[in-house]
Structures are given as structure tokens and as C-alpha cells.
Design a binder for this molecule. Sequence first.
Ligand SMILES: [Zn+2]
Length: 442
Amino acid sequence: MTGEPAARIARRTSGGSRVIGRVVLILAGLAGAAHAASSSGALHCPHLLDVRAGRVLDDQMVLFDGGRVTAIGPAASTRPPPGVTPRDLPGLTCLPGLIDAHVHLTVDPNHSGYDGLGISVPAQVVIGVRNARATLASGFTTVRNVGAEGYTDVALRDGIAAGDIDGPRMQVSGPPLGITGGHADNNLLPFSYHDTAEGVADGPWAARAKVRQNAKYGVDLIKIMASGGVLSKGDEPGAEQYSLEEMQAIVTEAHKLGRRVAAHAHGTQAITDAILAGVDSVEHASLIDDRGIALAKQHGTFLVMDIYDDDYILATGSASGGMLEESIVKERRLGRAQRENFRRAHAAGALMAFGTDAGVYPHGDNARQFAKMVEWGMTPVEAIRAATLNAAQLMGWSDRVGSLEPGHFADIVAVDGDPTQDVRRLEHVRFVMQGGTVKRGP
Ligand SMILES: [Zn+2]
């Protein structure tokens, strides 16, 4: 439970923080379309998890054409077209490509605190390329990237969609919005540097202008900092940052422009105000109380609770490259409470999507959170649904990812054994197909 390394995402507006890269304009929601032209064929799965039914089916065939599923059913009755030989996956269990709804592909864990100041914006793109590849190889075929500097995430998304580099399908937020001195700002340097992060905007109209700017430069969603954070300097995770009035303005503007809103919120008041303002998801939700849980259910707000990274932060601590001492203190205070509140929110029936804050821990280890979700109250099938059906719903992509059915992308992963019996199987994905193209295979 963290919040991103602020120095990395909250880079200065002054000085040449411009990404020089391909200018490929892709409308929100079309990301991933370029994969479609890639592949046709058939995949024979000895076992296949139907995530909707929560059952493992035997001897299944998936047919795909133009990167999308055309048919799925028992191998005995689902015949490939003439001339198509099915690819076999002996002994493996197939399931839809996994989705992580909270990642930071352009950020690495060893760039926390002051260490993050030395990472240029162009270097973040290169780091993002490497992390995108690692994320895809680990079975996550779709991600929501919630916070990046210099619209590096937009470039990454478009490079992947164009087929220039390998990586998950992405929705991206660009620079997160937040108050002066808050979790989205860079609070590391003294006043003489006059350093303000890209996403800082105080007051309803300034915040609306930032929403418009992010939309102008191609983001799919808006990320806001409703409360303080763990990895930022000098703020308090339990304290509200954006006011209700500011959040209402942001949500109104974002929704008007067709963008959903994800709110980073640890503190109780920040969580309830974000939900009342109409955000689509609350990230972290560490100190959510009964009222917050009830409001989230009433408003259909998703909770995206990153309950694995606490282990990583506390295990590596300050050794993980410049992490501020205060960050470790904050994490110790919040980690356990967040997990207990995850259990309570799940038991109460709150909507939950899988999100891990990858970047705080190494990319590619995303699936380690499944075991935590099971340890804290979910069944394996519920945890898998959070990373498939639910995450797709949160992203507004239920028509293309998160389940295997005709018309959806042929994004399929496979593991040894039965992940509904042992969810840790997902930590060792053996086969990855994206849009009908094999990206990793036995
Ligand atoms: Zn984050």
C-alpha cells in the first residue's frame, strides 16, 4: 500500500521534460487495435478456466481470427477451419489474459526518494519498454497505468498498440493531479529550485484545466491524489488533500470528456469524499471505514487495494535505493490496516479490481498479490475475477478483455495445474498469447 514514488512521477514543469518520440494519436479506447491484424488459428486447452462460471472445463478449443476469439467450446464439437492445425498446450490450464489495474511501468523500485531525481524523462521511456515486456511475459496482457511523467505512458501505450514493442494493452493517465505540496508534487527540493510537478493544480478551475490538458495529450483516464501518500515527502497518508469541491470539479470535467477517474486515497475522509465526488475507483483505500464501504457499494465505485507491495517495501526498506525513512514509518503504520480493511470490504460485497502498484516492487511479480488476496479472504476464483472480469469492467473494456468469448481479443495465458486450487500457479505463467500472437510459450 503505497502510492507511487512521487519524485519519479511528479517531475518538474520547468526544464525540458518533453518526450521526444513518435507522435501517434490513438483515440482513447482504440489502444490495442493494431494487434488485431496479427493472427488467426486455434488453441487446444486440456483445461480452461471459465472465469464467469468459476469452473475449470476440460478439453476445450479456442478459435481466433484477426486476433479475436471467433469460437470457444468443447474440442469434440469446436472444429478449426480446414487447414488450421490447433496449437496444443499439454497439461496446462488456460485462462483469460490477466489485468493489473494499477501499475507504473515507467517507474522502478530502486528509484525512490532523492534517487529518483536523476532519472530523465527519456530514460523513463526506456525503463518502461523493459517493464512492459516483463509485465506481458508474466501473463498480464492488459494494464491501467496510473501516473507517469511527461506523457511517457502515452508513448508507451501507442508504441505497443502500433506493434513496435511488446507490452500489455494499456490505459494511461499521464501526470496525476494533486495539490501543491501533496502526493503528486515533488517535495524533495528546497524553495530555491522553484520546482512544481506537472500535475499540480489547486482549486476547481485549475484542476479542470489540468484534466483538459491531460485529455489534450492523449490520456485515457484521470488520476488524482485525494490523500497524502507513503512515498512522498512531508505529507500524511491519512489526511485529505483535494477537497470535495475540487474532486467534484475534476470528476465532472473528466466524465464530460469521456475519461474515468481513479483516486489515490489512503485516509478515511479522502475515500468517502472521493466516492461522493463520483470517482470510478479508489486506489489503496487503506483506511476505509464502514461508511466508505457502504458508499462504494451504493455508488458502484471499485476498490483497488494493493495488498502485496507492503511485503516488498518492509523487506527491502531503505536498502531499496533511497527510500525515505518516513516512507517506511508510514508503510508500517498502514500495511496491516489496509489488509484488514480489504477483508472487511470484500466480506461486505464491495466491488474490487486487481491492482498492485507495480513499480513500487519489481515489474513482473504482479501475480504475487493473488496469494495475499486469498490469505485475506477471497477465494482463488474471486481473486482471479478481480484480475479479469472486474478489472475489465473498471476499465470499460468488458467487450474486449477479461473473459474468453467470441469478439474478445485472443488474450490467453496458461499455467501448470489448477489455479483455482492453488492461486500461486499464476506466479509462473507458462504460456502467453496476446491478440492471437504467442508472446511466450512452451
Ligand atoms: Zn500507484
